[in-house]
Structure formats: structure tokens, C-alpha cells
Write a protein that binds this ligand. Structure first.
Ligand SMILES: [Zn+2]
Ligand SMILES: [Zn+2]
Length: 133
């Protein structure tokens, strides 16, 4: 994914564009992602925050701490769509939920993380690599 990507929330109040290299794409089965998405896992990709241009307002809440480091989940304050997530451990990186893409077909996760938290009704994909921790 090196071309221009774009996406937005369900209501259209938040739009984003990014041009450049996606760092990595993954599925996360952690409890924070389960709670913030209401599903068994989140699918997201990481990119440098400097690449991202956001139109509209993303509201962030502190989604607890990840090994003692604060993390933040971003959503559209109008429709509630989960959009982004950030951690203070990697302040120059932002994670974007894959289903916000205008063309979700360009998303290709290569590994999954927190498989130990996966629910029996949403097991991790067996064809993905384990997490590069
Ligand atoms: Zn919205
Ligand atoms: Zn997670």
C-alpha cells in the first residue's frame, strides 16, 4: 500500500487522506479493541502520524494503559465510529481501523496480536504470522 489512501467515518463528518508507505497491517484481539469496536478483534494499519491529513474532528479518550503506557482511542463524535488509536510508546505513529477505508480491499493484515485474548466465536486467522513482539 504505497498509493494514496482515503477513508472516513460512517456519517462522513470525519475524513482522512494519507500518501506514502503503510508501516504494517494487523488484527488485534486484545480486550481494549474488543470493547472499543464491539467485535471480536480490530483490524488496523499503522502509519506515521505526519502522513495523515484529517478533516473534521476526532475525539479521543484514554483507553487505559498498555504495559503502563497510556493509549488513546479516537472516534467520530457525531456517529461514534471507531477511527484511530495511538499509544504514547510510539508517539509518531497512528493506527487506523481498516473498515474506515473507502476501499477496504487494499487492507492485507500480515499478523495478529493478543491472540490469547481471542474469543471462541472469533478465533485468530490461522494463515497469519504470530506477532513480532
Ligand atoms: Zn461520523
Ligand atoms: Zn487491541
Amino acid at each position: 500500500m504505497t498509493e494514496k489512501i482515503s477513508g472516513g467515518c460512517a456519517c462522513g463528518a470525519v475524513r482522512y487522506e494519507a500518501t506514502g508507505e503503510i508501516e504494517f497491517s494487523f488484527n488485534c484481539h486484545c480486550r481494549k479493541c474488543q470493547r472499543s469496536t464491539g467485535t471480536g478483534h480490530s483490524s488496523a494499519f499503522a502509519l506515521p502520524v505526519s502522513m495523515l491529513e484529517i478533516q473534521g474532528d476526532i475525539r479521543e479518550f484514554q483507553a487505559g494503559s498498555d504495559a503502563g503506557v497510556e493509549t488513546f482511542s479516537g472516534f467520530c463524535p457525531n456517529c461514534g465510529s471507531p477511527m484511530t488509536s495511538r499509544t504514547k510508546r510510539f508517539p509518531e505513529r497512528i493506527y487506523i481501523h481498516a473498515a474506515t477505508l473507502d476501499d477496504p480491499g487494499v487492507f492485507h493484515p500480515t499478523f495478529s496480536v493478543f491472540e490469547e485474548c481471542a474469543q471462541p466465536w472469533d478465533p485468530p486467522r490461522k494463515d497469519l504470522e504470530p506477532a513480532p513482539r
